[in-house]
Design a protein around this ligand. Structure first.
Ligand SMILES: Nc1nc2c(c(=O)[nH]1)N[C@H]1C(S)=C(S)[C@@H](COP(=O)(O)OP(=O)(O)OC[C@H]3O[C@@H](n4cnc5c(=O)[nH]c(N)nc54)[C@H](O)[C@@H]3O)O[C@H]1N2
Ligand SMILES: Nc1nc2c(c(=O)[nH]1)N[C@H]1C(S)=C(S)[C@@H](COP(=O)(O)OP(=O)(O)OC[C@H]3O[C@@H](n4cnc5c(=O)[nH]c(N)nc54)[C@H](O)[C@@H]3O)O[C@H]1N2
Ligand code: SF4
Ligand SMILES: [Mo]
Length: 693
């Protein structure tokens, strides 16, 4: 039986590692990281390996489905693709005729494969594209923009060459990007130091040289003390500060009262430890990376925490440095032409955004909007009615708080469509499910990775779809044909790729050999640092923030103590699952079928809770059961659980009823968000934990 190698892109999470798939006539034989991609060198994570189980999973939507019963009742009629696409297109045109094209809202999960569907939205004339990011990285993105004018991905974490890496609320060894994990391992083998600041000892902490367990929500105090110490002792990079930082004097005055002794009271970390840590960090500068965080939708001061992190990186001179935060290169930066964009085929829609971004909230970046504020607009009908919604690789009923309230909001929609390869609460609540082929069964448009050595990458189909599912481009083209957008009506992915590549000097064949096409012969470090603020410097005081009435240097507020028997609910990831959408995967489910509740041993003892005992967690009338994991390795004020469990859909027989869902314990959560950074404050919630009587 002849075996063939197919270069493709993993789709088990949003990192999208280049992979090599071995296939023969029986299907997928093996999956590995693309061996030609130096940063992976064949490596892949456990979820990546589980791609085969995803393909073979019979518990995923297998044909287009149109709702028969009430929303959420689970009564479906199987439909052909023509029927389902006709249905969506007809309903959509009717609504757009009646209310204007802006009546269509859309959300996805961000990432590099968006150009085609964002062009589709532009072509239709709606500005209401949102991604998931108000529940993920908006605070860190806006923090970086406010200080430097750059997006968070305009700088690279040069982990491989770093001398000291600080992870604060960033669990790099479990919340995985394979390339980052291998780069940090390489650096640590060469002597790089690792400091972890967390509310619990996660896997990253077990590998750290220093681990600081801080009181939850006191990171800002810790960081202000670090800034204070750097400035007080003159251990900051004076040369860098003189050239690139504006209003340093204002920062100096601001941090005067925030000494290490003061922070010790707040955080629980002794002042002498903060001091010696700062000296160690300064000694490794500028090859230091204080990771600004990934999932930063946690607190109503997360935006200020992110800003303080970037300020520390700047004070250490890490911007532009090897082993620090060098600038990323776009194709243009290395003298190459970028891909042709489908979005450029259409004008930007005229209507203002339903979520208020760009007009009510001028300090937020327009592109990805704010999904939670779009839901608010759906509810209020202001500034205009949003009556149709396409959730495209997005499950807001699990990824946002208050699912019951969201269901009420979605109940008023005239049309709710889900495009997904697995069941999700949102798909189950939809009018139409358009089943996507899993990544190993579909192609994607070509994408660009702007890093030190930028490259184009391409996802090829490794095997043909097992069921009646389609690729993204087939679904969007199918709708484009029916909605009078001939520019997007393609019958072949090759034509799409050729359109994207025209004039770049790269051909589709160039991807055959190794799967990726590098645009420079080596990693390129830019000599010149240019920030995109009005002054061209890192601006400690941001005009945009101040104009909106926000303080660039927000005074610290000590978090209130929880009432007795109540704990702050914290959450995160593990290496074996991606959010909620792998919990039903046979391979991964077998290895981790449910989540457990981390609770400090002393607190557990006080409540009479034993190891592995099933307990009840309760908040605002909602309660669920979960097994307890008493441990000294978590701060006594918090409990922790993995996100993504507690599935309730009968179609997912493996995941059904196992563990608990964190997002159901966040009453009023859709209205709790940081008005300066825009991110939701998902950890401003408390739960009661008790023995089951
Ligand atoms: N309470 C709480 N809320 C959270 C979090 C938390 O930890 N706790 N985490 C937050 C974070 S960091 C994030 S990023 C969000 C994630 O939120 P989501 O993006 O909603 O989560 P996912 O489970 O990754 O993906 C949602 C759905 O998209 C489908 N899907 C996955 N990949 C693809 C694809 O390539 N194409 C298409 N069309 N569909 C796909 C899956 O079937 C899944 O049902 O949740 C956020 N919300
Ligand atoms: N395996 C795997 N990898 C993933 C994902 C996945 O689902 N699975 N998801 C991807 C996505 S979408 C994202 S956004 C990233 C998330 O990547 P990370 O942000 O690194 O991951 P999390 O596990 O959400 O949270 C990191 C840590 O924050 C800690 N923490 C909670 N509260 C506080 C606090 O007040 N202070 C401090 N200092 N720490 C605190 C938690 O204990 C946890 O260890 O991971 C990505 N990678
Ligand atoms: S980190 Fe793992 S799951 Fe995510 S893309 Fe890479 S191999 Fe796939
Ligand atoms: Mo995320």
């Amino acid at each position: 039986m002849s075996q063939q190698s197919v270069y493709s892109i993993c789709g088990m999470c949003t990192v999208r590692c280049p992979i090599r798939v071995e296939v023969d006539s029986r299907g997928i034989r093996s999956l590995e990281g693309n061996p030609h991609f130096r940063h992976l060198n064949g490596r892949i994570c456990p979820r990546g390996v589980a791609g085969k189980a995803l393909v073979e999973d019979r518990e995923r939507p297998q044909t287009p489905l149109i709702r028969q019963g009430e929303r959420g009742e689970g009564k479906w009629r199987q439909a052909s693709w023509d029927e389902a696409l006709d249905y969506v297109a007809e309903r959509l045109s009717g609504l757009m005729d009646r209310h204007g094209p802006e009546t269509l809202g859309f959300s996805d999960r961000g990432g590099p494969f968006r150009d085609f569907h964002r062009a589709f939205l532009r072509g239709l004339g709606t500005p209401n594209y949102c991604n998931h990011d108000s529940s993920c990285a908006r605070n860190v993105q806006h923090a970086h923009k406010s200080l430097t004018g750059l997006g968070r991905k305009d700088v690279v974490y040069d982990l491989e060459k770093a001398g000291h890496v600080v992870l604060q609320g960033r669990n790099l060894f479990e919340s995985i990007d394979v390339q980052e994990v291998s780069a940090l391992n390489t650096a640590m083998n060469k002597g790089c130091r690792l400091t972890v600041i967390d509310i619990r000892a996660n896997v990253s902490a077990t590998k750290a040289d220093r681990f600081f367990m801080v009181r939850p929500k006191t990171d800002y105090a810790f960081n202000l003390a670090v800034i204070h110490e750097l400035l007080r002792t003159g251990q900051y990079d004076r040369e860098f500060a003189k050239r690139h930082i504006r209003d340093l004097d204002k920062l100096m005055t601001f941090v005067e009262g925030y000494s290490a002794e003061w922070a010790a009271e707040e955080t629980g970390v002794p002042a002498r430890d903060i001091r010696s840590f700062v000296s160690e960090l300064a000694a490794a500068a500028p090859s230091v990376i204080w990771h600004p965080g990934w999932m930063t939708a946690r607190y109503d001061n997360s935006f200020s925490i992110c800003r303080s992190i970037y300020i520390i990186n700047a004070l250490l001179g890490a911007y532009g440095a090897r082993g620090g935060l060098p600038l990323a290169n776009s194709p243009g930066d290395v003298g190459q032409k970028g891909l042709n964009k489908f979005m450029d085929l259409y004008q930007k829609p005229q209507a203002k955004r339903a979520d208020g971004v760009g007009w009510r909230y001028p300090h937020f970046e327009e592109g990805p909007g704010m999904a939670h504020l779009m839901y608010e607009a759906m509810e209020s009908g202001e500034p205009y009615p949003v009556t149709a919604y396409i959730a495209y690789r997005h499950d807001p009923l699990m990824a946002y708080p208050e699912p019951e309230r969201l269901k009420e909001i979605f109940s008023n929609l005239e049309l709710l469509v889900s495009v997904t390869f697995s069941w999700s609460d949102t798909a189950w609540f939809s009018d139409v499910v358009l089943p996507l082929s899993p990544y190993l069964e579909r192609e994607s448009i070509i994408a660009t990775k702007s890093v030190l050595q930028p490259f184009f990458f391409l996802r090829q189909r490794a095997v043909e779809p097992l069921f009646d599912t389609r690729a993204d481009w087939e679904i969007i083209s199918g709708l484009a044909k029916r909605l009078n957008l001939p520019e997007l009506a393609y019958d072949s992915i090759r034509d799409i790729w050729e359109y994207q590549l025209e004039g770049t000097g790269v051909s589709v064949e160039d991807f055959q050999e190794t799967g990726i096409v590098p645009l420079a012969s080596r990693e390129v470090y830019k000599d010149e640092l240019r920030f995109k603020t009005p002054s061209g410097s890192i601006e400690i005081l941001s005009g945009k923030l101040e104009e909106q009435g926000f303080s660039s240097l927000k005074p610290y507020e000590s978090p209130a103590k929880a009432q007795s028997n109540r704990f702050r609910l914290t959450f995160g990831r593990c290496a074996l699952h991606t959010q909620g959408h792998t919990v039903n995967n046979t391979y991964l489910h077998e290895r981790m079928p449910e989540n457990v509740l981390w609770i400090n041993s002393r607190e557990a003892k006080r409540l009479g809770i034993g190891d592995n005992e099933t307990v009840q967690i309760r908040s605002n009338g909602h309660s669920e059961r979960i097994r307890a994991k008493p441990t000294d390795m978590i701060h006594p004020e918090a409990v922790f659980m993995l996100h993504g469990f507690g599935h309730t859909l009968p179609v997912e027989t493996r995941a059904y009823g196992k563990g608990a869902a964190d997002n159901k314990f966040m009453p009023g959560g859709l209205r709790k968000w940081d008005p300066a950074g825009g991110g939701l404050a998902l950890q401003e919630h408390y739960v009661e934990v008790s023995k089951i009587a």
